[in-house]
Ligand binder design. Structure first.
Ligand code: FEO
Length: 392
């Protein structure tokens, strides 16, 4: 069967990675897709490639539409290997294709795969005529790597957005209006939070740059294509980029013998009694990326750890290191937990929370296992903590 046309003569030659559950530390419970599009015009142009293990399947998708030696151009919007993995094979089987790429992308591609490509370097605003269509390239550095760009086809009114507007979501459906909307927007938010959050301040500038374009469809390189909820996803990106908060509190903790868990539950009860939404995650059974999806829009964060060997519990160290990398910025935070003969976890957590750029407030600890008075004190701590973060 021919690959699906998303518009006349624009074929979806993507591959679905149904089985992947870990994408460089991001747990992909719904799998992922590596999207690529083939434009059949006077000149034939492929936009992006796929992860290396899927290269043969990808070539077979393309062969159903055209011979590989007929491809004139291969646009490399971004060199991260989930999109560039098939480049070396394409260099062999598409002898007449030029690889369209930014100067930064060229450097990265040579570092990854060797100097084996026939490159055509483009810069911001450059165009490429294919016949009926002219493609325009717009650079969006750091969304997601320094090389990143998007490609716009005015003829089709399609923005080929690469990582931007993506979702890690494998599905047999290819359009936004063919899947469950709540799941789609959750996955889009989770993707933004885990992949783009650290660069969120650049989103507004990128949206302004793309704002003048007449867009009917956004075709990202992960997940489904936006055609019905275009306005909504653009508005969400604007809001996510501006760091809007929803008044909720995220608590992430782990526990050795139940004491820190008792505190987590008591603190959550105190927060809830203040009227704030609270979400509780135990890190021995929760992926970091799931917490990030919720922390992203939360107003405050509480980290709980028992002291193990004079320091932080390993699962909490992993989470806080992950959070530090994303630099969540302006949110209230505090640490809590239990300790036996020596503390240490609270100090470790506070250091990591500070390095993450969070506004660290005084936390709460207790010795060994909380008793009735300490449970009450933890409830009060949660109640007081939530006082200034409730959404007005
Ligand atoms: Fe989907 Fe930054 O790669």
């Amino acid at each position: 069967m021919l690959p699906q046309q998303i518009k006349k003569d624009v074929y979806d030659v993507s591959v679905q990675d149904w089985a992947v559950r870990d994408f460089h530390g991001y747990k992909t419970e719904r799998g992922a897709t590596y999207n690529s599009y083939l434009i059949m015009d006077k000149k034939i142009c492929l936009l992006d490639t796929v992860k290396a293990p899927f290269a043969e399947e990808f070539l077979n998708n393309i062969r159903k539409v055209t011979n590989l030696d007929k491809i004139d151009y291969i646009v490399i919007n971004h060199v991260e290997p989930d999109h560039s993995g098939a480049m070396p094979l394409l260099a062999k089987v598409c002898p007449n294709a030029k690889f369209i790429i930014t100067a930064q992308g060229k450097t990265e591609a040579i570092q990854h795969y060797g100097d084996i490509f026939d490159f055509m370097v483009v810069k911001d605003g450059d165009t490429l005529n294919l016949g009926k269509r002219t493609l325009t390239f717009a650079t969006i550095p750091m969304l997601h790597w320094p090389d990143s760009m998007v490609t716009y086809s005015a003829y089709d009114k399609i923005l080929f957005s690469n990582d931007a507007f993506g979702q890690h979501y494998a599905t047999g459906r290819r359009f936004d209006d063919e899947v469950e909307k709540d799941i789609l927007f959750y996955e889009a938010k989770k993707y933004f939070a885990n992949i783009l959050w650290i660069y969120a301040k650049l989103i507004g500038k990128a949206l302004t740059k793309l704002g003048g374009l007449d867009i009917e469809m956004i075709a990202p390189s992960h997940g489904v294509i936006w055609r019905t909820y275009l306005k909504e996803i653009l508005e969400r990106y604007q809001s996510w980029g501006s760091g809007e908060k929803d008044g909720s509190v995220v608590i992430a903790y782990d526990s050795m013998w139940g004491g820190t868990e008792m505190l987590a539950r008591a603190i959550s009860s105190g927060i809830a009694s203040r009227g704030a939404e609270v979400k509780l995650f135990k890190m021995s059974n929760t992926p970091n990326s799931t917490v990030i999806a919720e922390l992203f829009s939360a107003s405050a964060f509480l980290a709980g750890s028992p002291t193990l060997n004079n320091g932080i519990f390993p699962s909490m160290a992993a989470l806080l290191t992950y959070i530090k990398g994303l630099q969540p910025g302006d949110k209230k935070a505090a640490a809590f937990g239990t300790f036996g003969w020596a503390g240490g976890a609270k100090k470790d957590m506070e250091e990591l929370l500070t390095k993450a750029g969070l506004n660290v407030a005084e936390g709460y600890t207790c010795n060994w296992r909380p008793q009735t008075a300490e449970i009450e004190a933890a409830e009060k701590f949660g109640y007081e903590f939530a006082a200034d973060i409730i959404k007005k």
